[in-house]
Design a protein around this ligand. Structure first.
Ligand code: CA
Length: 234
């Protein structure tokens, strides 16, 4: 089981505090204090990492650039730590493939809750071996791969989980609350509109000319998958 967290933070008092707290929770912790060191540590320990806690404002390479470079290689979960409480930064981070963000200062419990969601998701992916299909969209849980008309679609972890959730429950309508509970985890502390943001991302990444969006808005309720689909067991 992957158990290592890479903390990328130039503020020593914060990285020291987080290291202690995370070690106390039995995580193995690595620390990098600038963006270049983060890339080196990532490359060296890639296969052990559960997730990266990534500060946004960093010397040498900023968090956005680190995230961009990591996303060229893989879909390792990344939680952004930002000191700036502007929705623009959060959306930029999510747009660039972050899985979650946390605004400084934060309580350690809030961070641990988010880490647990990622851990749970990592645990759930083991032994699941299924291919979901809805029209031209196919999601292969074994390969962790999504295609649309045989073209690969690159999704973030969260987008992938949200799509998988809809595909696994083709006939049900879900409220934003349901989706937050099921996909983000009951302990998610952000805002409900994050669901709308992610449904928007999925729609644009999976858009096909002449077809209605795969995820349908049910007015006054929430969202559902557009129509029943086949569910192929491998
Ligand atoms: Ca910083």
């Amino acid at each position: 089981m992957k158990n290592t967290i890479l903390i990328v933070e130039d503020e020593e008092s914060l990285s020291g505090y987080l290291t202690k707290e995370l070690q106390f929770e039995d995580f193995n912790v690595l620390v990098a204090s600038d963006g270049l060191a983060a890339m080196e540590t990532y490359q060296e320990h890639q296969n052990e990492l559960l997730l990266i806690l990534l500060d946004w404002m960093l010397p040498k390479l900023d968090g956005m650039e680190v995230l961009r470079r990591i996303r060229k290689h893989d879909q390792l979960p990344v939680i952004i730590m930002t000191a700036r409480d502007y929705i623009g930064d959060k959306v930029a981070g999510l747009d660039n493939g972050a899985d979650d963000y946390i605004t400084k200062p934060f309580e350690i419990e809030e961070l641990l809750a988010r880490i647990r969601v990622i851990q749970r998701r990592a645990d759930n992916q083991i032994d699941v071996n299924q291919v979901y299909q809805a029209d031209d969209v196919q999601l292969d849980t074994k390969a962790h791969r999504v295609t649309n008309a045989d073209e690969e679609v690159i999704l973030t972890h969260r987008e992938y989980d949200l799509l998988q959730f809809f595909l696994a429950h083709p006939d049900e309508v879900f409220t934003r609350d349901d989706l937050l509970d099921q996909v983000w985890g009951a302990d998610f502390l952000g805002q409900q509109n994050v669901v709308d943001v992610y449904v928007g991302y999925l729609r644009s990444k999976l858009a096909t000319p002449d077809a209605a969006p795969l995820i349908k808005t049910v007015r006054g309720v929430g969202y559902k998958l557009r129509e029943p689909m086949s569910n192929v067991q491998e």
